[in-house]
Ligand binder design. Structure first.
Ligand SMILES: Cc1cc2nc3c(=O)[nH]c(=O)nc-3n(C[C@H](O)[C@H](O)[C@H](O)COP(=O)(O)OP(=O)(O)OC[C@H]3O[C@@H](n4cnc5c(N)ncnc54)[C@H](O)[C@@H]3O)c2cc1C
Length: 537
């Protein structure tokens, strides 16, 4: 089966699959003769010449021909065997079962920290990603809110104190509750849950801790795991799994990485009053995001006390006699850290076609393991599309156009559609509307908080191509506007919408004058940059 993708494949380098992957388009030329083999062990029981183990799977020509030939009709234990009960695996299994398939899913035993032998039903999102991260974001926001409240007349007899153990215990109780809900979802959908580590033995056989199961289709949805680069002293570093479940709150933490996970954790620990240093290889954070958003969020986070060390790559970590850690970079050494966290990437990777099929026709893959857009709602979309394709007779391609996303930094970011740079490349002539203002709340709180909003409009069709916001509630606001952008609405539709006053969101429907008009056509001369003051009146 052809493995080169006919739709743009969104991808990143292995070392930093951040949200950048949302925007960097690349065609993957997966060749059957070059298996993407990683941590692969040959299983003597296997009939196929190359096997797929662990979180990386290799599909070889031998396996392809195994199934391409006239395979005799066969009875299987299951119609679908899913390896990994995270977002994508649970969604695909549940939907497949609803379409009448007999389905089993295997998942590693629970732990808050993932490893080769631990995981848990619910996967990264529920246990080590979106959910625990957002709970910690909520916890960390209070310090800023306490500060804001003073201008509104609140004062505190004593400085509010935070108890880390309460937070972590409550967070873990919530994770247990959610894991129970996920197990019930599978049970209610008649999906057989098997605890253990799944390994693909051949195109129709999965080994779970020594027990073999046959299946007409196998789904690989094993996600990814955080990755710490191998530098001297890397054994002292922690990853995002550990950072979400630390026994004590860091006093002073170094966060290495400029992607969304790094920024979110920087905001969490800053809000919880740790001293936070962020080390990034580049000049700016959030590679792949709109340039103005990158600048704006960096400035706002700096104003909240986070120290950014730009163009600094980690070279070594050392532990001193008092137990504190120092981080040596290409530019010098910063000492006195209680923790050093790496948020430099996660390991994927299996190649699939646009229907999530690998080069072996009976083996499919969805979610982060395929390294397309590494977000929970995308894994859900891929899982649902896969179940429809195989079991509902409706070949369905996931639709990657205008996938909105958020960064839960402080202030947070919400985006949908193209960046200004992408819009210029794709459409040439665009009108850009921006607003950079002090929100009403900051007038009385006295804090230096600002909001940045941006609309990118196709000059020819007037279609809104991109919508970006950094400021309080940006993810909630942009989720709503994402419907409009996905529906292909025009600037005129935005203008015709009455605002909700007084909100920051109303700015998106009251931006009247372009901040700049970018024109590439020689007949219209050079790029034109008309500037306006964003009064919003
Ligand atoms: C810190 C962090 C924050 C994030 N925040 C967000 C966010 O705010 N919004 C968002 O949309 N996305 C976020 N993500 C990304 C999101 O969590 C993932 O995109 C999503 O979980 C991918 O789902 P999945 O099904 O592909 O994989 P996973 O959810 O990772 O599930 C894979 C499952 O497979 C299991 N497994 C692995 N190997 C085996 C095996 N051999 N046998 C059996 N089971 C196995 C694992 O234990 C795991 O449970 C975040 C990720 C991280 C790390």
């Amino acid at each position: 089966m052809a493995t080169s993708l006919s739709t743009p494949k969104l991808s990143t380098t292995l070392s930093s699959p951040t949200f950048h992957s949302l925007y960097k388009t690349k065609l993957s030329n997966f060749s059957l003769s070059k298996p993407l083999l990683y941590n692969c062990v040959i299983n003597p029981r296997s009939r196929a010449s190359s096997l797929c183990y662990g979180r990386r799977f290799a599909i070889t020509r031998a396996e392809t021909s195994f199934t391409n030939g006239a395979e005799p009709p066969r009875q299987y234990d299951f119609d679908l065997f899913t390896i990994g009960a995270g977002s994508g695996g649970v969604r695909a299994s549940r939907f497949a079962s609803n379409f009448g398939a007999s389905v089993a899913v295997c998942e590693l035993p629970f732990s808050t920290i993932s490893s080769d032998s631990t995981g848990g039903v619910g996967g990264t999102c529920v246990l080590r990603g979106c959910v625990p991260k957002k709970l910690l974001v909520y916890a960390s926001k209070y310090s800023h809110e306490f500060e804001e409240s003073c201008g509104f007349g609140w004062n505190y007899e004593a400085e509010p104190k935070h108890d880390w153990n309460t937070l972590i215990a409550n967070k873990n109780a919530e994770l247990q509750r959610l894991m129970g809900i996920y197990k019930n979802i599978l049970k209610n959908a008649n999906v057989t849950l098997i605890e253990g580590r799944g390994k693909v033995v051949d195109p129709h056989t999965v080994d779970v801790d020594g027990k073999l199961y046959s299946a007409k289709n196998i789904l690989i949805s094993v996600g990814g795991r955080p990755f710490i680069p191998n530098i001297p002293g890397s054994e002292y570093a922690i990853d995002s799994d550990a950072a979400l479940d630390l026994p004590t709150k860091p006093n002073k933490i170094a966060i290495v990485g400029g992607g969304y996970i790094a920024l979110e954790f920087a905001g969490i620990f800053n809000g919880l009053t740790s001293e936070v240093h962020v080390f990034i290889r580049q000049k700016k954070v959030l590679r792949g995001f709109d340039e103005e958003i990158r600048d704006f969020v960096g400035e706002q986070m700096s104003l909240r006390g986070i120290e950014f060390h730009t163009e600094e790559s980690p070279q070594a970590i050392a532990k001193s006699a008092d137990g504190s850690l120092s981080l040596k970079t290409n530019r010098g050494t910063v000492e006195g850290f209680s923790h050093i966290m790496f948020a430099t990437g996660r390991r994927p990777n299996t190649k699939v076609d646009e229907y999530s099929r690998t080069s072996v026709p009976s083996i499919w893959a969805v979610g982060d393991v395929t390294d397309r857009i590494n977000l929970t709602p995308v894994a859900l979309m891929e899982g649902g599309a896969l179940a429809k394709t195989i079991f509902a007779g409706e070949p369905t391609k996931p639709d990657y156009r205008n996938v909105p996303c958020a960064v839960f930094s402080q202030p947070p970011i919400g985006i949908v559609g193209l960046t200004e740079e992408q819009a210029i490349n794709e459409y040439g002539d665009i009108d850009v509307y921006t607003a950079n203002f002090r929100p009403l709340k900051a007038t009385i709180s006295g804090l230096p908080d600002r909001v940045f909003m941006k609309l990118i409009v196709c000059a020819k069709s007037s279609k809104v191509l991109g919508l970006h916001m950094c400021g309080e509630d940006a993810p909630e606001i942009v989720q709503g506007f994402a419907v409009a952008v996905k529906a292909g609405l025009t600037k005129a539709d935005f203008d015709a919408t009455v605002g909700i006053h007084p909100t920051a969101a109303e700015e998106f429907v009251t931006m009247r004058t372009p901040t700049r008009k970018v024109r590439s056509s020689p007949s219209e001369g050079k790029a034109e940059h008309d500037t306006k003051a964003a009064t919003g009146v």
